[in-house]
Design a protein around this ligand. Structure first.
Ligand SMILES: [Zn+2]
Length: 365
């Protein structure tokens, strides 16, 4: 819309310009001025090169302050030691310069040949992606999480969700990120900044991260060794959505965990609504038993194979308990369903144009 408004009538009258005109639905004829800037809104996610709106702040891998999983060198190592050759020598888990690969399961040889150069189209990606895998990061902040995944473990995930609700996308959703073993080819993954869930006899890091402040409420304190934690919102004060640690059973074990922040839930609801809109095979729901209650164990293999929707890491692997007992599945799913396709009001930060649309609409370029 903006480019139409800034297009001056005089430029339309240039000789030859008329042959380049594209007739728009509004009945207004125009052709882009070379070098015209396409404005970003700051809430877009990227799938197969298409931009989709979410209505909540997203920092992409190519944005200032972003986390770029395409880069081969380490992000946080001293610059003179960050190159691949040195990284490979210094870090045991770094075996290949790429921390991701191609979603190839289920593709025909012809389709694989087509996409291996990067040429995914959206309809093919929509055929392949049907799960949204939720993790907590046990790193506490998204910056520390990316450090561990990228610099130390040789792993990847599409999204990081920081304490202040900022979403970081590190790779196009067309990539097969390495976060959930058997579900990597078919899933989108998110690592939520949270210190995790622990059994009674396990050592936990709660006293370093959670304390009651002068208001009497629990406040998240980032340990000094992480500096400011890289939190994007200046002066952000993070509090668990519920003021007490939450106790619950996952994989048959009783675990304790502090909840996510309200900012994280609000962002996750919008991202979930967008993903369920973009990927038709991803139902906006979580794994339920016959009574409709959340399943809190790994799904049987056959059930896992046929399941498309939101899913916990613990539904995929018996050795995992994330996103933990505190994770409020109903809040996320109910919130996303309420938003889906309704074009409900978006947060103040979103632009007027964002507010006019629902999450997940294709940003036509
Ligand atoms: Zn996990």
């Amino acid at each position: 819309m903006l480019s139409m408004l800034t297009f001056t009538p005089a430029s339309l009258l240039r000789p030859g310009a008329v042959f380049g005109l594209v007739l728009l639905a509004a009945g207004c004829a125009t052709t882009p001025r070379p070098g015209a800037h396409v404005p970003r809104h700051g809430d877009e996610i990227v799938a197969a090169g298409h931009f989709f709106r979410t209505g909540t702040p997203v920092v992409l891998w190519m944005d200032p302050g972003g986390y770029d999983a395409y880069r081969v060198e380490r992000r946080f190592a001293p610059l003179e030691k960050a190159d691949w050759r040195t990284s490979q020598e210094e870090v045991r888990h770094l075996n290949t310069p790429n921390r991701y690969n191609i979603r190839r399961d289920g593709l025909t040889p012809e389709q694989l040949e087509r996409v291996r150069g990067g040429g995914w189209d959206l309809p093919l990606l929509q055929e392949v992606v049907d799960q949204f895998v939720l993790h907590y990061d046990v790193a506490g902040t998204s910056r520390h999480c990316f450090d561990i995944l990228h610099d130390r473990r040789g792993l990847s995930v599409h999204f990081l969700l920081d304490l202040d609700g900022t979403i970081y996308q590190t790779l196009d959703l067309k990539e097969r990120a390495w976060h959930a073993t058997t579900s990597n080819s078919r899933s989108v993954g998110i690592e939520i900044a949270n210190m995790g869930a622990y059994g009674e006899n396990e050592r936990n890091p709660f006293d370093q991260w959670y304390a009651r402040d002068e208001t009497g409420q629990v406040r998240i304190t980032i340990p000094e060794r992480f500096g400011d934690g890289g939190i994007r919102t200046p002066g952000f004060v993070g509090r668990p959505a519920r003021d007490e640690p939450v106790v619950g059973v996952v994989q048959g074990r009783e675990l304790t965990q502090y909840d996510l922040t309200n900012e994280q839930y609000e962002a996750l609801i919008r991202l979930t609504a967008a993903l369920c809109e973009i990927f038709p095979k991803m139902t906006c729901d979580y794994p339920r038993d016959d009574e409709g209650n959340l399943i809190t164990r790994k799904l049987p293999d056959e059930r896992l194979r046929e399941y498309g929707g939101l899913i916990g890491h613990y539904h995929i692997q018996t050795n995992k308990v994330d996103p933990g007992p505190a994770f409020d599945w109903d809040r996320v799913v109910d919130g996303a369903r309420a938003l889906k396709g309704t074009g409900q009001p978006l947060p103040e930060a979103a632009s007027a144009e964002t507010r006019a649309r629902g999450p997940g609409r294709l940003h036509r370029r």
